[in-house]
Write a protein that binds this ligand. Structure first.
Ligand SMILES: [Zn+2]
Length: 75
């Protein structure tokens, strides 16, 4: 006798931990942004998050994002 029903295996144990996409930065990404749902989101640590242009690092991140075509905040 067998009462095994279905074969669903939960895969929710896999954690994707994004890191900041700025080259020398090794911090965890806290702010993610994707230009559309068809592209992979980029992640930034809060200091590098490009949608606030307060420091040279943020402006650099913004220029990287712009080059990748993802720097424009949604309207
Ligand atoms: Zn960073």
């Amino acid at each position: 006798m067998s009462d095994e029903k279905g074969g669903a295996v939960a895969t929710a144990g896999v954690h994707y931990a994004p890191k900041c996409c700025v080259g020398e930065c090794d911090k965890w990404g806290l702010a993610g942004f994707a230009a559309s749902k068809h592209v992979e989101a980029r992640w930034w640590c809060w200091e590098h998050y490009p949608h606030k242009h307060e420091t040279p690092e943020q402006r650099e991140a913004a220029s990287i994002a712009a080059r990748l075509g993802i720097g424009k905040p949604p309207h």
